[in-house]
Ligand binder design. Structure first.
Ligand SMILES: [Zn+2]
Ligand SMILES: [Zn+2]
Length: 380
């Protein structure tokens, strides 16, 4: 009798995993459930990228149109069109399905520029209205540079929010059919990964709030930028956000495992520039978080010779950007060794922290760029 009561009590207990459900309705049963198929995980992941919110500043929300559209982070009309062949560009196959299928092998795929570099983060009204100045090509004025950074930060926040949601709900439930020990391991690992994503999400959110205020007041004085103007439009177009973890001498600048510290995000993009030139642009917002590492990173780039700056930037682009597209003509003109080297750099970062000093190993003739000048508002 006593035993029966005890067992009953155990069943009534709240589950150890933190779901808040009774054990019997949660992990009490997980081990007997059918294993989650990889195809379902991919489907869940892809479905997390919902169209439910416009990332324009809150006070503009009464103007929002009803449809959230696929907003481009690398501008279609200027940047992508410029490198496209028959309206297609190349990229590394980014979706989880391909990675699972190819066991982690990165492949180059052809993509229509209509579907390239989009995220569902702005309503059609704001996507057009806010970014109109960028559609004619970027200029190195504060408004253009700010808008470019704003769109990249918005995309990153969109991704972090959706991925955090996926990790804390769907991903947590993929321990079906596993042993109790494996269930525990899965839950702990998922919580750790989620904590990392969520910390980055919160930091980005603060930057976005500051940028919303700057946008509304047309005050871009907190924007810092460093632009290398090159003599030709870049064959590689990209737009991404990252933390300056280390510089081009491979000096560690920050420790991302320190979740107590908030870190600034730098955006980097390559852009079509006036009169058939190109820009490699780094920018960030000053005043939200201290970011000595941002200055140190740029300083280490600025210290290099012009030739080395180009190699460093190319290495950096492939090592740190998943949102990267390139001209089919250019890619097809590279030797197979050069192509493999770029794929290896891109793939290497999946496995380990990039070492930017390795730019020195990069083949010399990957691009034919000459830096004409540096434009910056940073004291170097
Ligand atoms: Zn549970
Ligand atoms: Zn809107």
């Amino acid at each position: 009798m006593l035993r029966r009561i005890k067992r009953k009590k155990a069943k009534e207990k709240v589950c150890w995993c933190g779901s808040g459900k009774k054990f019997i309705l949660c992990h009490g049963n997980v081990g007997h459930q059918e294993k989650v198929k990889i195809s379902d995980i991919i489907k869940d992941f892809n479905q997390s990228f919902t169209k439910d919110k416009c990332y324009a500043p809150d006070i503009y929300h009464d103007e929002c149109s009803s449809n959230i559209i696929g907003a481009h982070t690398v501008s279609k009309s200027t940047n992508l069109k410029h490198i496209a062949k028959d309206n297609h560009v190349y990229c590394f196959s980014p979706n989880l399905g391909e990675i699972v299928k190819n066991e982690g092998k990165i492949e180059v795929e052809k993509k229509s520029i209509k579907k390239t570099s989009t995220f569902y983060g702005f309503c059609s009204h704001h996507d057009t209205k806010l970014f109109l100045p960028l559609d004619q090509g970027v200029q190195l004025d504060p408004e253009h540079l700010f808008l470019n950074h704003y769109r990249i930060i918005s995309r990153e926040l969109y991704l972090k929010e959706r991925i955090a949601q996926f990790q804390s709900t769907k991903f947590k439930s993929y321990d079906k059919s596993k042993t109790p020990h494996e269930q525990l391991h899965h839950q702990i690992t998922t919580d750790l990964i989620f904590t990392g994503t969520d910390t980055a999400r919160k930091d980005l959110q603060q930057i976005k709030i500051a940028m919303d205020k700057m946008l509304v007041s047309n005050d871009y004085s907190q924007l810092r930028y460093y632009a290398l103007v090159i003599d030709t439009p870049p064959e590689i177009m990209s737009a991404g956000v990252w933390h300056a973890t280390s510089d081009f001498e491979n000096t560690q600048l920050i420790d991302l495992t320190d979740l107590e510290t908030s870190y600034n995000s730098i955006s980097a993009s390559t852009l079509f520039y006036l009169e058939n030139k190109g820009v490699i642009l780094f920018s960030w917002i000053e005043g939200v978080f201290d970011c000595p590492e941002c200055y140190k990173f740029i300083q280490s780039l600025n210290n290099l010779s012009r030739e080395d700056q180009i190699k460093a930037v190319i290495y950096w682009l492939f090592a740190s950007n998943e949102n990267i597209y390139f001209s089919p003509e250019w890619w097809d003109s590279l030797s197979s060794d050069q192509r493999q080297q770029l794929i290896d750099i891109f793939q290497g970062t999946v496995k380990s922290v990039p070492n930017y000093l390795k730019y020195k190993t990069l083949n010399n003739n990957i691009v034919d760029w000459t830096i004409e000048k540096v434009e910056t508002n940073i004291d170097l």
